[in-house]
Design a binder for this molecule. Structure first.
Ligand code: GAP
Length: 531
């Protein structure tokens, strides 16, 4: 979702465009996160030994733990801990008629802009166009991709200036950054005067054209049109297609929800910003069915608050989450309201979680196309109706990137010799951290310490994902765990064996240490991890 804009008038060109100011990126933070993910086994580029495959990623040993913990936390909080939501796991490939009924076959596309010179493709809603004013006179526009840094936009504006043979003219940088319009909204006149991000002269960008986002495949032995099927581009339609099954078998009462976690596939034109926008990703979606006369604005607000609370519960700072209310005139005809929860990612403030009121559109479409009634008999009101729906839809991978962004941190702590040393740490919430704790014998050549540490490790491992490390100086071992976000370090030393059996419990973020008994340790970990 692009940031909210304001109307802006360019007097000399007599063109009015919808101006928006895209947020400035923090490229180095993204680079640090990508580097750490690769170095420590969170996320790898897919098919890396063959040079990678754009828009696809693989999750390594730590990444898969983090990812599973996020999904489990979501499932526990939105399904298992609620009385009004049940789960579902539908197939990825479904009858192609589902995608005709939902409108995806005809309409699921992105507006695409081609550059005739560089042959590159851009998504029109991610391409911004800024006015270039030279010696106080509007002289054209430069296009840049969302998240581009200021220096590269200025460089591009100067390139346009040079191509116009106006090398000596003064560029008004204020105009360049004070306003920008996204490419879905610029007129042909503006487009023809625009220098593309990878072009050397203005006027090489085409008008936006629809690009189909669904991946096609063939099912069965026939190779003709009748065999065409689709990899699902969202999990939601699997829920609508099974709505009747759940109602008929599940004893659900309105309002109720059906939740699903699963893979979705979109042939994104411009997969970018690491796992933020990829071609294969995972969604956590709920369709929450309500009566047609329910107070949907209040329910929508309740859902927004619950979703914000959940994001905070997995470690995102409340102040990093904002709301983007879609303007009425931009909503699909069937949609009553949509608000996106936005997060401040390294490449700017972007959509994390979409919460939409979708009316009875999807169920009615399936009712019409399948010929099966989607009516619900409401015992309470003794009436029959097709329910309306509120849809909170969240990406697992995008949540993981948000969690990494919020957790990434660098500080200075004293090393084993008492000297200040820089450390990198991931401040994951214990709920979702890949390892909940690491167990260390103080010295690896003292069998009594090793034995005791190993026994505690085996005990904790029965309940949680924990790590054992005996090698290297203890400070180094702490640092290795800090970098992968292990919240607690537990050290077995001579006091443990010779005195009272207590262990040292170290906090990752403050480095504070205290001695606790084994019983206290278990209670503490239980409370921190399970909440
Ligand atoms: N059923 C509604 C739906 O799919 P959406 O806004 O297209 O709505 C919902 O997607 C969420 O899925 C987004 O808010 C985002 O978190 C995630 N998502 C969508 N496209 C994605 C992509 N290409 N890569 C990663 N996550 C994506």
């Amino acid at each position: 979702m692009k940031p909210a804009g304001a109307r802006f008038n360019l007097p000399n060109l007599h063109i009015t465009i919808d101006m928006t100011v895209p947020t400035v990126s923090n490229e180095s933070l993204m680079e640090e996160i990508v580097g750490l993910c690769k170095r420590r086994g969170f996320i790898f580029p897919s098919s890396e030994i063959y040079g990678g495959y754009n828009g696809f990623y693989d999750y390594g040993p730590l990444g898969v733990e983090l990812r599973n913990n996020i999904k489990q936390a979501w499932w526990r909080d939105f399904v298992q801990r609620r009385d009004d939501i049940v789960g579902l796991d539908s197939s990825i490939i479904m009858h192609p008629k589902i995608w005709q009924a939902s409108g995806h076959v005809d309409g699921f596309s992105d507006p695409l802009v081609d550059c005739k010179e560089s042959r590159k493709r851009y998504r029109a809603d991610q391409l911004f166009c800024a006015p270039v004013v030279l010696d106080a006179e509007p002289c054209g526009y430069v296009a840049y991709v969302e998240g581009a840094d200021e220096a590269s936009i200025i460089k591009q504006a100067k390139k346009l200036r040079d191509s116009l043979d106006k090398k000596q003219s003064k560029l008004d940088e204020g105009q360049l950054f004070g306003s920008a319009a996204d490419f879905t909204e610029v007129s042909d006149a503006v487009r023809e005067q625009t220098l593309g991000p990878d072009a050397s002269k203005a006027g090489t960008l085409t008008a936006p054209r629809a690009f189909k986002l669904m991946f096609e495949t063939k099912v069965g032995p026939l190779a003709d049109e009748s065999a065409i099927a689709y990899l699902r581009p969202e999990t939601a339609q699997g829920i609508f297609a099974n709505y009747k099954n759940v109602v008929d078998t599940g004893r659900v009462k309105i309002p109720f929800g059906i939740a699903q976690i699963g893979k979705a596939f979109r042939n994104e034109i411009t997969p970018r910003n690491f796992i933020f926008r990829s071609r294969e990703f995972e969604q956590m979606e709920i369709e929450y069915f309500i009566a047609p006369d329910a107070d949907w604005p209040s329910l929508h607000r309740e859902w927004l608050d619950q979703c914000i609370d959940w994001l905070v519960s997995i470690g995102l700072p409340r102040e990093s989450i904002t709301e983007d209310v879609h303007p009425q005139e931009k909503l699909a005809f069937y949609s009553q309201a949509t608000t996106d929860l936005m997060f401040h990612f390294p490449h700017g403030e972007q959509e994390l979680w979409g919460i939409a009121c979708r009316s009875d559109y999807d169920l009615k479409q399936h009712q019409q196309h399948s010929g099966k009634s989607m009516e619900f008999f409401d015992e309470a009101s003794k009436s029959k109706y097709v329910p309306h729906v509120i849809e909170p839809s969240l990406g697992v991978d995008r949540t993981l990137l948000a969690v990494l962004t919020a957790a990434y941190c660098e500080d200075e702590v004293p090393n084993d010799k008492g000297q200040a040393e820089q450390r990198t740490l991931l401040k994951f919430s214990p709920r979702i951290a890949p390892y909940k704790a690491a167990v260390f014998p103080l010295l690896k050549n003292k069998p009594e310490l090793v034995e005791r540490a190993d026994a505690l490790y085996r005990k904790l491992q029965k309940r949680w994902s924990v790590f054992y490390d005996a090698s290297g100086a203890i400070g180094r071992r702490y640092r290795r765990q800090d970098e992968i976000g292990t919240p607690f370090g537990i050290t077995i030393d001579f006091d443990t064996i010779e005195k009272d059996g207590t262990v040292t419990l170290r906090d990752r973020d403050t480095c504070a240490q205290r001695r606790v008994s084994e019983a206290e340790l278990i209670d503490f970990l239980e409370e921190q991890i399970e909440g």
